[in-house]
Design a protein around this ligand. Structure first.
Ligand code: GDP
Ligand code: GDP
Length: 462
């Protein structure tokens, strides 16, 4: 990266980004929920995914920003998931304009805190330090050992009770970069679309990528311990310039097969992080495995456009006992949260189905970036609610006031509602499905964000 001046570098939504970091259990999620108030994006329950970055939006004295809650910085992380969480925290740091570092005032200064603080000095971002769980004046004595670290500013807060949080927000707001040209313009000038081809070892990723690129690319041997784990190739998707993220072209020398599986999942998750569209390859004869569900669930949670390509369909056709419709139903039965994702059938080795797969990919990327007018969104919302009303909440009607599209890549809708926390998951899915159908977002992942109107928010405080 060039040594340019610290210019405003807004996140994908166009808003500045604030990341909350700190060890597990210091209260990051509690603070995250408090800062975003009732505006929490409802995230699906996804199998196989423990904790990841959590995104939300917050506002303080008229400044809006995007907030990232990280899974926690764990030096020397061991398990697959821990290592991934660790990596996510680093990504969050890289993305952030301002960092909130949380200490735990209840358990006291932890030796690991010093290491993390040291590592933060290197990132060159403004950091606001806070000691959490200072719930009462009596607890304030716990602050002194943290003062020893000589960090500035260092604020006592209670994420649970809210004390000190306004001061914390003031310190953050002071450090936010100027918003470029005022209001956010999501989805603009974000560089080429990235497509990742992922799947378990031997499902046919290399075969497919060779076919897509039209030549045998050589397999690059990655040195263990280097960060290089994919090669990007420019790729023309029916007139749309894309980058193909190729993890299959890298072979690591893995001695134990367990390790091969593990690094392959990690690599898949990393390419998912960078992708707009994920082409997930299944081995036709084998079907959906737990690892597939884990990667698919992760990509879904990250709001990626996804396409499932069932490969080696030549073998299935030969055995002749399963139709595409039957297979597709089985996939959806195993992955009910992905019932809107297209499932296509290919034989990478012969080229069967590949042209159709690319057409589906192209259509999907178009809707992934699609924007519709607020009036259309509201008509669709009204029709959906009329056709099927939401269940009562504590005996009261849940009312949807209006909705508007607030993002692309993935398409996001903010829906104003009297009780934002009272919309059940099933109803959220119903609404998403209706908006998908009515507004031409077929096959796209949609984010629905339920918010209270200002009146309700004021009402809550009374
Ligand atoms: P994370 O792992 O850093 O995201 O931490 P969580 O937000 O999940 O919180 C860990 C635990 O600390 C939970 O039991 C919280 O209820 C508790 N906690 C969070 N904030 C406070 C606080 O301000 N005071 C007290 N006493 N407990 C808190
Ligand atoms: P990767 O590990 O996911 O990159 O998988 P490869 O592309 O190396 O393919 C693994 C094996 O599956 C190789 O032996 C391929 O020849 C075979 N294969 C790939 N695509 C097909 C296909 O469409 N049909 C059949 N029958 N075999 C395939």
């Amino acid at each position: 990266m060039g040594g340019a001046s610290p210019s405003p570098r807004p996140g994908p939504s166009g808003l500045p980004v604030v990341a909350i970091v700190g060890r597990p259990n210091v209260g990051k999620s509690t603070l995250f929920n408090r800062l975003i108030g009732q505006r929490k994006a409802i995230v699906d329950d996804v199998p196989g995914v423990t904790r990841d970055r959590n995104y939300g939006e917050a506002e303080w004295r008229g400044r809006r920003f995007r907030l990232i809650d990280t899974g926690g910085l764990v030096p020397g992380a061991e398990s697959d998931v821990e290592a991934h969480v660790q990596r996510q925290s680093q990504l969050a740091l890289a993305e952030a304009d301002v960092v909130i570092f949380l200490f735990d005032g209840k358990s006291g200064l932890n030796p690991l805190d010093r290491d993390v603080v040291d590592s933060l000095r290197g990132v060159g971002k403004p950091v606001v330090f806070a000691v959490n769980k200072i719930d009462s004046p009596a607890r304030a004595a716990a602050l002194y050992e943290f003062y020893e670290l000589g960090l500035e500013p260092l604020l006592p807060i209670s994420a649970e009770h809210g004390s000190g949080v306004a001061d914390l927000l003031d310190e953050i707001a002071r450090r936010l970069p100027e918003a470029p040209g005022g209001e956010a313009q999501p989805g603009q000038a974000e560089g080429p679309l990235c497509i990742a081809v992922v799947g378990r070892p031997n499902v046919g990723k290399s075969t497919l990528i060779n076919r897509l690129l039209g030549f045998e690319r050589s397999v690059v041997a990655a040195t263990p311990g280097t960060t290089r784990d994919s090669v990007d190739s420019p790729f023309d998707l029916k007139g749309e310039p894309c980058l193909l993220i190729d993890t299959a072209g890298i072979r690591r020398k893995a001695r134990i097969s367990g390790r091969l599986e593990r690094t392959s999942v990690q690599r898949a998750l990393r390419s998912v992080d960078r992708a707009d569209l994920v082409i997930h390859i299944l081995d036709g004869p084998e079907g959906v495995t737990d690892q597939d569900a884990q990667i698919l669930g992760y990509a879904h949670q990250r709001g990626k456009a996804q396409l499932i390509a069932v490969n080696k369909w030549d073998l299935m056709a030969k055995n002749g006992n399963r139709s595409e419709d039957y297979y597709r139903r089985e996939v959806y039965l195993k992955l009910p949260f992905l019932e809107f994702v297209p499932v296509v059938f290919i034989a990478a080795a012969t080229g069967y189905g590949v042209a159709k797969m690319l057409e589906t990919a192209r259509d999907l990327l178009d809707v992934y970036r699609r924007r519709v007018s607020t009036s259309l969104v509201n008509q669709a919302l009204r029709r959906a609610v009329q056709a099927h009303a939401p269940p009562l909440y504590k005996g009261k009607a849940v009312k949807f006031f209006y909705a508007t599209q607030t993002g692309v890549r993935p398409p996001a809708f903010t829906v104003f509602v009297n009780f934002p926390g009272a919309v059940p998951e099933g109803y959220r899915r119903y609404l998403a499905q209706q908006l998908r159908q009515e507004l031409g977002f077929a096959h796209a992942p949609l984010r629905l964000i339920f918010r209270a109107r200002r009146e309700e928010r004021k009402g809550d405080r009374r």
